[in-house]
Design a binder for this molecule. Structure first.
Ligand code: GDP
Length: 307
């Protein structure tokens, strides 16, 4: 049977990076092709495309601001999307499916480094509980389908992804795109760059192009059945990210850390070892290089960017 890959949610950041990695045997689906919260629409998409393989990226996501404001919608939409996509993949005989979780759904009080065995061992951080519980159910559904139907479904768990084609919304976006957008405006308007929180929290950042390469490897070559964390294992303080963004943007104005804004979880380092053991080695894009590429893309495309 010829291979045919369906990518859901392909107009986002990882989908755009995958367009540069995957070939003609791929159908890149977006919201315009099907509303995945609707089972009939999802089934129609699967019947039309007839995929043998699926990379399931579609999700309703946001940064700390979006998660706090839309917890109900984030819960419901993600539960529906995942339930429909996995069930349609099963009914339509998909050979292998890779879906996505994120390290931000792990227990707030987890022991570090985060490892997939601890996914359900405690509640998530209250700032994103709606999204987090919905995404945890993806793991439950994946395991239940493997147990009952031997479905070859696996889950990739990237850390904080950044890159071109992100969501640059100032209130609801993730930290890297929000800071890039804010820094751009601060430079234009000769104003200070306002950063949420203390700048001390630590995050692991991964460039979208690296995620695209790694998820292709997961689809074709990952031998395990457990979710696999995609990370370099290198933590960076938000403060340092701010300076990388400012440098890449040639911003020399004042930087203000707003202590009345949320810091979120202080750190959530993850275990890079299972990935390294499986893949052997991988050349991660250094964050300064990835941020420079992302800033250049943003500047070249503004104001025609997703907001
Ligand atoms: P998280 O990793 O799930 O917490 O999500 P984010 O990508 O939203 O990162 C949040 C961290 O970045 C927190 O420590 C915030 O205080 C900090 N941060 C600093 N400025 C911003 C900003 O403009 N937007 C966002 N989303 N976070 C910011």
């Amino acid at each position: 049977m010829t291979k045919r890959i369906l990518v859901t949610g392909s107009d986002g950041m990882v989908g755009s990076a995958l367009r540069e990695v995957l070939g003609d045997d791929t159908f890149f689906a977006t919201r315009a092709d099907a509303d995945l919260r609707d089972f009939e629409a999802t089934d129609r998409l699967f019947k039309e495309v007839q995929p043998t393989h699926v990379i399931h990226l579609a999700a309703v996501v946001g940064g700390i601001g979006g998660n706090i404001m839309h917890s109900g919608d984030f819960f419901r939409s993600n539960i529906l999307i995942n339930t429909n996509v996995l069930e349609c993949a099963r009914q339509n005989d998909v050979q292998r499916l890779v879906s996505f979780m994120s390290t931000c759904i792990f227990p707030a009080e987890a022991s570090y480094p985060l490892s997939v065995e601890d996914l359900h061992n405690g509640p998530p951080h209250p700032s994103n509980f709606g999204y987090a519980y919905a995404k945890r159910m993806l793991d439950v559904q994946t395991r239940a389908y493997r147990a009952q139907w031997n479905s070859d479904f696996v889950i990739a768990v990237p850390t904080n992804i950044y890159g071109p084609h992100d969501n640059w919304n100032l209130e609801e976006g993730h930290v890297a795109p929000a800071l890039i957008h804010k820094c751009y405006l601060a430079k234009q308007n000769n104003e200070p760059l306002m950063v949420w929180g203390s700048g001390n929290p630590l995050r692991e950042f991964i460039y979208s192009g690296d995620v695209a390469k790694l998820v292709t490897w997961v689809l074709n070559d990952y031998q395990g059945t457990e979710p696999i964390i995609l990370t370099s294992g290198i933590e960076m303080p938000i403060k340092e990210l701010v300076h990388l963004v400012a440098d890449a943007m040639d911003f020399t104005g004042e930087i203000i850390f707003q202590s009345d804004k949320p810091d979120g979880q202080f750190r959530k380092p993850s275990n890079a070892q299972p990935l390294l053991d499986q893949i052997g080695g991988f050349d991660f894009t250094p964050v300064d290089v990835g941020i420079k590429r992302t800033v250049d893309w943003f500047v070249a495309n503004y104001p025609n960017v997703r907001l």
